[in-house]
Ligand binder design. Sequence first.
Ligand code: MRU
Length: 368
Amino acid sequence: MSKVSTNVVPISWDDSKGEILWLDNSKIPWKEVSVSSKSLARLIKAIQALEIRGAPILGEAGAYGTAMIANNSPNSKERILKNVMEHGARLAAARPTAVNLSWGVLQIQNVVKNEYKRGASPAEIKKTAIEAAKRIQRENIEATYKIGEHGKKLIHDGDVFVTICNAGTLACDGLGTSTAPMRAAYSDGIKFKVLATYTAPLYQGARLTAWEMHKDGIPVQVITDNMAGHLMREEKATAVWAGADRILGNSTKESGTVYNKIGTFGLAMMARELGIKTYVAAPTSTIDPEHSVKEIKIEQRQPEEVETLLNGTTVVPKGVGVLNPAFDRTPPGYVSAIVTELGIAKAPYNASIPKLLSLPGSMAKLSK
Ligand code: MRU
């Protein structure tokens, strides 16, 4: 495996204080601020304010948050179980689109239920829940390295990539998801460059992806979202690389549908028009084998994010309405390949994704 690494630790568990520690994404690139708390309300606020964000990190936050609920509970098995189920449901609902948040909560709820059933003591239940959350983080990190190894096969000298939002370490831990193949290829000496789209209205592409790529020494230039079509053609882009917040993985023709940051569908359509690829990278924990398009809720965020620039300048005339969907849906026909830790899936996704999920090590199966 390539020697690629990152120094950023987006989230961790502080054993001595029983607290979750996270790097506040909303302050980057201006400040690197770590925040810690043992309060569930504070954790939910951090998730909703995008201090903690990105699907795989939300999975870790869901797992650590649920372990924290157990740890904060009185030393009664019944109370631990009740709190983990009830407050865990509140945590899982903090953001609706990324499947990983509810997945992470569910993993720890299942651990607690099993511990309860086997007659473990309150102290044992708490300890096992925390250990399970740490294991989930380790597995997430390992998955990013494997995504890097599989995905770098799609990268060649001279490639020009367009990215959206941030599916890097800050969002996914380890090497990130869509950034992992790039990091692995870069470390193998392959020469390519990245055009990171702004990703208005919160600029995760400019603030976070460009910050990560630049730190690593990977050639990156930031472009505004509306420059994408023109620059993809003029700069001879070879692929769009996106992460995912949820990928449908049922056995119908919806399989391979990608929910990702608003703008992904537009980029995928432009890519197809220009004859270039759209690659999506995500761990199998982002694959949702259970739901269909009509059941997925796209998060609508506050109008202020569109009305006002990050510096506080209002750009929308008073009284004019705005729309602010945080994610969009890209149909499978626009997706050239999905890179996971278990390998690369290609169309037809209603065959390739269920096949991936049946492999040993699939994280999607853990929800069952
Ligand atoms: O709203 P955010 O910042 O939590 O959005 C998540 C994302 O960064 C993306 O949609 C990303 O591409 C997938 S999550 C790795």
